[in-house]
Design a protein around this ligand. Structure first.
Ligand SMILES: Cc1ncc(COP(=O)(O)O)c(C=O)c1O
Length: 395
């Protein structure tokens, strides 16, 4: 049977990372490839109690619900965001099936074929998948350790008249970088000057290693209704609950809610009600402290082993939060080829190339440090270094 797929399907690509994960999960491989949180840190008892309470105390938890999301959950989120300087009312929040759906719904209501989106390069792969599926044109802006390079950003705004600037400014996936306060402010200035919407994707903002060092979200600095901000419970509670949220200008959120009606009616009621109980009965902030502490310790283990590796031309930024090291090898090296060798040796990472919008640097790779306990990080890095030793250009 020849199926008549829509033209749109041409623009739907499979995620290179998800494809790699399928292979890796088959063997006895220590994986630094996925972006997974540590399962041993899942607050299993609290989640169990919250779901039990949701089911047994309120039949609404099992009923169809409002598209915008359970109002109590939106109120609680508005309160939590307020504590972080982001003052928005519950009416401006839409609960989504993870931040991933927020990216999709936003794209659906904002972009026509050929519209331009400016992004960092590299950036979050699954956002690129969404943007491409709506036939947009994604253009990369140069970046350094502090965020987008503003001169290049302004030039590209003038040249391409973008509809949106998509950023992951806090402990980014894949680079682990965090934008400076100055770049955040200047990005807002430029967006305001040229009337461009900013989409701030912030799943990792709460995973900082040093509380005093986290700059405010771009959304919290926004005085002109320019920023759409999304975050998620995937990294702080459990990803399986599939609950995230987006907050922004009411006009956009309202249209996104209409798009959501047509997509899935609403995000799962039971999970939303359970999260209400969890936020009320469980000290999520204390739990987040535990996550931060554990991830910080693991990051230090990986950092020590990277330092020890000490190959010429091996570079990385030490992350101040989040889940990843972004590693650069000498230019002549190709990490896609290196991955084959690594898998034979029993260790995996994600090659950097798929995260690029354009001009992929084949010598880059991403290492996740959150999903392996220290002894496994030690063993995995031993294998990784062995592979580097046997293939390294500047030996
Ligand atoms: C930058 C970024 N945005 C969005 C998501 C999607 O998260 P969620 O599980 O909330 O859909 C992820 C997941 O890893 C991510 O890294």
């Amino acid at each position: 049977m020849k199926y008549g797929f829509s033209d749109r399907v041409k623009y739907m690509t499979s995620s290179a990372v998800r494809d790699i994960l399928k292979v890796i999960n088959q063997g006895n491989i220590i994986s630094f490839a996925g972006g997974l949180p540590e399962e041993d840190l899942f607050p299993v008892k609290a989640v169990d109690e919250a779901f039990h309470k949701a089911i047994t105390t309120n039949k609404k938890a099992l009923q169809y619900g409002e598209t915008e999301g359970v109002s109590q959950l939106r109120e609680l989120l508005a309160d939590r965001m307020k504590q972080k300087g982001l003052h928005r009312s519950a009416d401006n929040i839409l609960i989504t099936s993870g931040s991933q759906q927020a990216i999709d719904l936003f794209s659906r209501v904002m972009f026509n074929k050929g519209d331009v989106i400016l992004t960092e390069n590299p950036t979050y792969l699954a956002a690129l998948q969404v943007f491409e599926s709506y036939e947009t044109k994604v253009v990369a802006v140069d970046a350094d350790d502090d965020g987008m390079v503003l001169a290049d950003l302004e030039e590209k705004i003038n040249q391409h008249k973008p509809k949106c600037i998509y950023v992951v400014p806090t402990y980014s996936n894949p680079t682990g970088k965090v934008w400076s306060l100055e770049r955040r402010e200047k990005l807002l200035e430029l967006a305001n000057k040229y009337h461009v919407v900013i989409f701030e994707d912030d799943p990792y903002g709460e995973l900082q290693f040093d509380e005093s060092e986290t700059p405010p979200s771009i959304a919290s600095l926004d005085e002109n209704e320019l920023v759409l901000y999304t975050s998620t419970f995937s990294k702080t509670v459990v990803p399986a609950v599939r609950i995230g949220w987006i907050v922004g200008p009411h006009q956009i959120i309202r249209i996104m809610a209409q798009a959501k009606q047509a997509t899935d009616l609403h995000t799962n009621s039971i999970g939303q009600h359970a999260l209400v109980h969890l936020l009320q009965d469980f000290d999520i902030d204390e739990h987040i402290q535990t996550i931060r502490k554990t991830y910080y310790e693991r990051m230090l283990v990986m950092k020590r082993l990277l330092e020890k590796a000490n190959f010429e031309g091996l570079e990385y930024v030490v992350p101040k939060g989040g889940m990843f090291f972004w590693v650069k090898l000498p230019e002549e090296m190709n990490t896609t080829e290196l991955l084959d060798e690594a898998v034979k040796e029993g260790v995996a990472f994600v090659p950097g190339a798929p995260f690029y919008v354009s001009d992929p640097e084949q010598n880059t790779l991403r290492l996740n440090f959150t999903n392996s306990e220290p002894a496994l990080i030690e063993e995995g890095m031993k294998r990784f270094v062995k592979v580097l030793e046997s293939t390294y250009i500047n030996k």
